[in-house]
Design a protein around this ligand. Structure first.
Ligand code: FAD
Ligand code: NAP
Length: 541
C-alpha cells in the first residue's frame, strides 16, 4: 500500500525550517527540522495537531459511552487488534439514582424490566398453579415483597457490571469512568477521580444513548421519577401514575399492576402510537381487564407534594377539563433525550439532526468522517439493544477488518413485555395498506387459546395473531404480529424467516410444533376480507 506524507504546517526560524508532517489517513503528526539540506526528526514520538507529544493516550478507537452499542464495538475492535478506550459515566437522576458500567439495558432498561415482568408473571402463575393441583395458602394471603425483588434485581445487575469490567480487562479495552467531551475532532477530554485526561484517537465512536425526559410542568423533576429510578426504589411504589403510553409506560404499568400496585396510565394520544393500532388496542384492552386504568387524551399540568408525602397531580383532557388525584408515585415515561449536549460536538464540527438532539448518520458515520455513532443516539433508528450491538460490531469490522457489511435496520423484530406480550416484525397493517394499497394486501388473522390456559380457564380474548402479506403470487409476508405468552420467543424465529423473504405459501407449508402457541402462525388461514370468524374452532383443526 502506498503511503503519502502530508505537510501540515511550516515554521521558519533563524535558519531552521520546521515541518509538521502526518501520514495520510493516520492522524499522528511528527516534527521534522531542516537546516541547509539536512533533515532531522526532532520528536521521537509523533505529536498531535496541537503539538502535544502523543504517548500512552493514543488510541485507534475511543468510544464515548459504555452501553450496548459502545461496548459491542469496543470489544469487537479490540479483538481485531485495535487499541481501544471506553469512557462511561452516569450522571445521577434528580433523586440521586446512579449505576455502574453497561449502559441503559443492563442497569435501568431491558434486564431489570424483564426481571420485574417475570416477577409479575409468576404472581399470575401462582394463582394458576392452584388450578393445576398445587396446594398453596389461600390466594388472597399470598403477598409480594418489593424489597426482596429489588434486592435480587440489583444484585443481578451488580454481577453483570462486574463481569463487564472483567471482560473489558481481558480483552485489553481500557475502561475510563469519566464523562467525555470533544476538545477537538481527535481529542476527548475527561475528568476522572485521578484528574483531567486528554485522549487522542484515530476514530471516535459516539454511543452515549439517552435518558428519560421530564415534562415541563411544575413539580415534575422535584417529585416525579422515571424508569431510571423505578427498578431500585427503596420503598414499594404504591399507587402509581404512569405518564406516557409507549413501550416503557405500558411495560411499567404492567409489572407494577402484576406485583399488586394500583397502576394508572395517562395517554396523550393513543397507546403505542406507531405500532399496528389493532394490536395496540388489544394490548390496552387486556391491561384494562387486569385492572390497569387508562386516562385517555390527557396531559399533566402540575405535581405537588402534600403534607402527608403523597403526590397531588393535576391534568387536563382534550376538552380542557381539569382533574386531579393523589398518588404515591408518579413515573414519567414520555420518551428519551439523546445525551449529545454534554459532548461539546461543536469542538469537533459534528452536526446534530435538524429537529433535535440526535445524530443523522449514513452507515453510522457522522458528517465528520472519522467520528461515528451507534445506538439510541442515532436519528430515526430503532432504540433497541440488539440494534445498537449489531451496528457496533459491524462498524468495528468495517474499521479494523476491511469488512464492507453495513447494518440493515429493516424488519427489526421487537416485543413489548406487557402482561400479555406483543411481538412484532415488519409492517403494521396500516403501513402495509398505505404503501401497497388495500386491494393489494391480504391480512390473515386468528384468535387462539394456548393449551396451558385451559385448566385455569384463562380468557382467550387477547391471544391473537395477524399476518400481513401481499396478495399476488406466493404472497410475500410484510408483517407478523403476535399477542400472547412468550411473544418474544415466538417472533424471534419468524424474524429470521422474514429476513429470508418468507411467503405466506411457505408459512402454510411449515409443519408446526404441537402444542405450542408459535404453531398458530402455521395454521393461520382466515383472511379479514372473507369476514369469517377468526375464533378457534378446536385445538387441532
Ligand atoms: P446506553 O445503553 O444508554 O449506553 C450509553 C452509555 O453512555 C450510558 O452508560 C451513559 O451513561 C454513557 N454516557 C452518556 N454520555 C456520556 C459521556 N459524555 N461520557 C461518558 N459516558 C457517557 N431494548 C430492547 O431491545 N429490549 C428491551 O426489552 C428494552 N427494554 C427497555 C426498557 C427500558 C426501561 C429502557 C429505558 C430501555 C429499554 N430498551 C430495550 C432500550 C435499550 O436499553 C437501548 O436501546 C440500549 O440500551 C441503547 O444502547 P446505547 O449503547 O445506544 O446506549
Ligand atoms: P416512546 O415509546 O416514544 O413513548 C413515549 C410516550 O410518551 C408516548 O405515549 C407519547 O405519546 C408520550 N408523551 C410524549 N411526550 C409527552 C408529554 N409531554 N406528556 C405526556 N405524554 C407524552 O418512549 P418510551 O416509552 O420512553 O421508550 C423509549 C424507547 O425505548 C422506545 O422507543 C423503545 O425503542 C425503547 N424501549 C424498548 C423496549 C422493548 O424493546 N421492549 C422497552 C422499553 C423501551 P404520543 O404517542 O402522543 O407521542
Amino acid at each position: 500500500m502506498a503511503t503519502a506524507v502530508c505537510l501540515r504546517n511550516v515554521i521558519r526560524f533563524k535558519g531552521f525550517t520546521r515541518y509538521r508532517v502526518s501520514v495520510t489517513n493516520n492522524h499522528a503528526f511528527s516534527t521534522v527540522v531542516q537546516r541547509s539540506n539536512l533533515f532531522s526528526i526532532i520528536t521521537s514520538k509523533p505529536t498531535d495537531i496541537l503539538g502535544r507529544i502523543k504517548g500512552d493516550t493514543e488510541y485507534d478507537l475511543i468510544v464515548i459511552g459504555g452501553g450496548s452499542g459502545g461496548l459491542a464495538c469496543a470489544k469487537e475492535a479490540a479483538g481485531l487488534g485495535a487499541k481501544v478506550a471506553v469512557l462511561d459515566y452516569v450522571t445521577p437522576t434528580p433523586i440521586g439514582t446512579k449505576w455502574g458500567l453497561g449502559g441503559t439495558c443492563v442497569n435501568v432498561g431491558c434486564i431489570p424490566k424483564k426481571l420485574m415482568h417475570q416477577a409479575a408473571l409468576l404472581g399470575e402463575a401462582v394463582h394458576d398453579a392452584q388450578k393445576y393441583g398445587w396446594e398453596l395458602p389461600e390466594a388472597s394471603t399470598i403477598k409480594h415483597n418489593w424489597e426482596s425483588l429489588r434486592e435480587a434485581v440489583q444484585n443481578h445487575i451488580k454481577s453483570v457490571n462486574w463481569v463487564t469490567r472483567v471482560e473489558l480487562r481481558d480483552k485489553k479495552v481500557e475502561y475510563i469512568n469519566g464523562l467525555g467531551s470533544f476538545k477537538d475532532p481527535h481529542t476527548i477530554e475527561t475528568v476522572t477521580k485521578q484528574g483531567q485526561r486528554l485522549l487522542t484517537g484515530k476514530y471516535i465512536l459516539i454511543a452515549v444513548g439517552g435518558r428519560p425526559r421530564y415534562p415541563d410542568i411544575p413539580g415534575a423533576v422535584e417529585y416525579g421519577i422515571t424508569s431510571d429510578d423505578i427498578f431500585s426504589l427503596d420503598s414499594p411504589p404504591g399507587k402509581t401514575l404512569i405518564v406516557g403510553a409507549g413501550y416503557i409506560g405500558l411495560e411499567c404499568a404492567g409489572f407494577l399492576n402484576g406485583l399488586g400496585y394500583e397502576a394508572t396510565v395517562m395517554v396523550r394520544s393513543v397507546p403505542l402510537r406507531g405500532f399496528d393500532q389493532q394490536m395496540a388496542g388489544i394490548i390496552a384492552e387486556s391491561m384494562e381487564l387486569k385492572g390497569i386504568k387508562f386516562l385517555n387524551k390527557c396531559l399533566p399540568t402540575s405535581v405537588k407534594k402534600q403534607d402527608n408525602g403523597r403526590l397531588l397531580i393535576s391534568w387536563k383532557n382534550n376538552q380542557n377539563e381539569e382533574f386531579s388525584d393523589v398518588f404515591d408515585t408518579i413515573l414519567f415515561a414520555i420518551g428519551r433525550k439523546a445525551l449529545t449536549q454534554e459532548l461539546l460536538l461543536d469542538n469537533a464540527g459534528v452536526k446534530l439532526s435538524e429537529d433535535g438532539d440526535k445524530l443523522d448518520c449514513l452507515n453510522e458515520q457522522t458528517n465528520i468522517p472519522h467520528i461515528y455513532a451507534v445506538g439510541d443516539v442515532l436519528y430515526r433508528k430503532p432504540e433497541l439493544t440488539p440494534v445498537a450491538i449489531q451496528a457496533g460490531k459491524l462498524l468495528a469490522k468495517r474499521l479494523f477488518a476491511n469488512s464492507q457489511e453495513v447494518m440493515d435496520y429493516d424488519n427489526v423484530a421487537t416485543t413489548i413485555f406487557t402482561p400479555m406480550e406483543y411481538g412484532t416484525v415488519g409492517l403494521s397493517e396500516e403501513v402495509a395498506i398505505q404503501r401497497h394499497g388495500e386491494e393489494n394486501i391480504e391480512t390473515y388473522h386468528a384468535y387462539y387459546k394456548p393449551t396451558e390456559f385451559f385448566i385455569p380457564q384463562r380468557s382467550i380474548v387477547h391471544c391473537y395473531i395477524k399476518v400481513v402479506a401481499l396478495r399476488t403470487g406466493d404472497q410475500q409476508i410484510l408483517g407478523m404480529h403476535f399477542v400472547g405468552p412468550q411473544a418474544g420467543e415466538v417472533i424471534q424465529g419468524f424474524a429470521a424467516a422474514m429476513k429470508c423473504n418468507i411467503t405466506f405459501k411457505q408459512l402454510s407449508n411449515t409443519v408446526g410444533i404441537h402444542p405450542t402457541t408459535a404453531e398458530e402462525f402455521t395454521r393461520i388461514n382466515i383472511t379479514k376480507r372473507s369476514g369469517k370468524d377468526p375464533n378457534p374452532q378446536s385445538c387441532c383443526s
